[in-house]
Design a protein around this ligand. Structure first.
Ligand code: PHE
Length: 358
C-alpha cells in the first residue's frame, strides 16, 4: 500500500496545502497557490492518482473519501482567504484613491483649476445697480415666490383682467389653486416697498430692485423662462413724466455708452398711466437698421410709466400729495445688447468657452 494514502499522510498533505493558502498575502498569490494545489503534479493530485495502487477495496474507498474531503476543504479555505484578501485589497485601493482636499496647489493655478468669476448676468446686474446708485437710488430685493395680490391684484390686475394674459404664469401647488406663484416680473416689489414706506412713514422712495422672474415661455434667441429684471420706482412730490424720460435716457447713456439713446413709445400697463415701452438704439447696427432690430434701428428693453392711482389706492398713498414713475426691464436683454450675444440661451448653457469671454 502506498504510504501516501494513509489517513495521516493525507491529513499532512492537506495541512501543507492549507498552510500555503493561509500564507497567501494577495489575491494573485492566492490564485497562484490554489492552482499549484490543483495542478496535475501536486502532492494531493499525485496521491489521488495512486488510489488505484491500493488493493484493499475498503482502504481505497476510505482514502478516496478522505482525498475528496481534502479537496473540498481546499476550496473552502481558498474562498475564505479570498474574502479576507478582497476586503483588505479594497481598503488599500480606497486609501490610495483618497483625494486630499486640503492639499495646497503651489505654482501656476490658472490651469486646469482656474479661478472662476461672476456669471455675465450677475456682472450685468451689479453694473446696472451701480448706475442707479449713482443716480441716488437705493437697492432693494424681494421674494421670487409671490401671492396673487402682489404680482397682480395690487398692481391693478384683478382676477380675470385681460392683461393677465401678457404673463404666462407659473403657479405653485400650495394653498388655494392659482394663489401662490413665481413672480412674472419685479413689479410686485413696488407694492412691498410702498407698503413698507407707508407703514414706516419713509416716503419718498427712490429704489432699484433686481431679481429673477419666471414665465412659462419656450426658450428662444430672445426669451428665457427664467430671466432677470430690474425695476425702478420713484415716488416723491411733484414727479412728472419728464423725470421718467430723463432717468431712462441718463441710464441708457451711462450703461450702453454715449451713442446709444432711448425713446418711449405709447404702451399699456395696468399699473402705470400713461404707460410707455422703452426702446434703445440697436447696439448691433447702431441705429442703421438690421435683422436683430427688424430694420427699425431700435430694440425694446422694457416698460415704464407714471404710477397708476389704483396702485396708490392699493397701498394707501394719497395721490394728491405724491406722484411717481416706475420702470422695469430685462437684465439678460441688457447683457445681450451690450455684448452682442446672438442667442440668449448661451447665458444658461454653462459652456465655459462662452462664459470665459466676460
Ligand atoms: N412689469 C412690466 C413687465 O414686466 C414692466 C413695467 C414695469 C412696466 C414698471 C411699467 C412699469 O412687463
Amino acid at each position: 500500500m502506498s504510504d501516501q494514502l494513509t489517513p495521516e499522510s493525507i491529513a499532512a498533505l492537506l495541512e501543507q496545502a492549507v498552510a500555503a493558502l493561509t500564507a497567501a498575502e494577495s489575491l494573485a498569490d492566492l490564485d497562484h497557490q490554489a492552482s499549484a494545489i490543483r495542478a496535475k503534479d501536486s502532492a494531493l493530485m499525485a496521491a489521488r492518482r495512486s488510489l488505484g495502487t491500493l488493493d484493499d477495496i475498503d482502504a481505497r474507498k476510505a482514502a478516496g473519501a478522505l482525498l475528496n474531503d481534502a479537496m473540498t476543504t481546499v476550496t473552502e479555505v481558498v474562498e475564505a482567504r479570498r474574502a479576507v484578501l478582497e476586503v483588505s485589497e479594497r481598503a488599500t485601493q480606497l486609501e490610495a484613491d483618497r483625494l486630499d482636499l486640503t492639499e495646497v496647489v503651489v505654482g501656476d493655478v490658472s490651469l486646469p483649476l482656474g479661478r472662476g468669476h461672476a456669471h455675465l448676468v450677475t456682472q450685468t446686474r451689479a453694473s446696472l445697480e451701480a448706475v442707479f446708485v449713482a443716480m441716488g437710488f437705493t437697492v432693494e430685493e424681494g421674494p421670487e415666490v409671490e401671492t396673487d395680490w402682489y404680482n397682480f391684484e395690487a398692481l391693478n390686475l384683478p382676477p380675470g383682467h385681460p392683461a393677465r394674459d401678457m404673463y404666462d404664469t407659473m403657479y405653485l401647488d400650495i394653498a388655494q389653486p392659482e394663489t401662490v406663484l413665481l413672480r412674472t416680473h419685479t413689479s410686485p416689489m413696488q407694492i412691498h416697498l410702498l407698503e413698507r414706506a407707508v407703514a414706516d412713514g419713509t416716503l419718498p422712495v427712490h429704489a432699484a430692485m433686481a431679481g429673477r422672474c419666471y414665465r412659462l415661455d419656450t426658450p428662444d434667441a430672445r426669451h428665457l423662462p427664467v430671466f432677470h429684471q430690474i425695476e425702478g420706482l420713484v415716488i416723491d412730490r411733484g414727479i412728472t413724466f419728464a423725470d421718467l424720460a430723463g432717468v431712462i435716457e441718463t441710464f441708457t447713456a451711462a450703461y450702453f455708452g454715449p451713442d446709444i439713446h432711448s425713446r418711449l413709445r405709447p404702451a399699456y400697463f395696468p399699473f402705470t398711466e400713461p404707460s410707455a415701452e422703452f426702446e434703445i438704439t440697436c447696439t448691433i447696427c447702431r441705429g442703421e437698421g438690421c435683422r436683430t432690430c427688424s430694420r427699425t434701428g431700435w430694440i425694446e428693453l422694457g416698460g415704464c410709466g407714471m404710477v397708476d392711482p389704483a396702485v396708490f389706492a392699493a397701498v394707501g398713498i394719497d395721490p394728491a400729495e405724491w406722484s411717481g414713475f416706475a420702470f422695469g426691464f430685462g437684465i439678460d436683454r441688457c447683457a445681450q445688447m451690450r455684448h452682442q450675444i446672438a442667442d440668449m440661451r448661451s447665458l444658461i448653457e454653462n459652456d465655459l468657452r462662452f462664459m470665459r469671454q466676460f
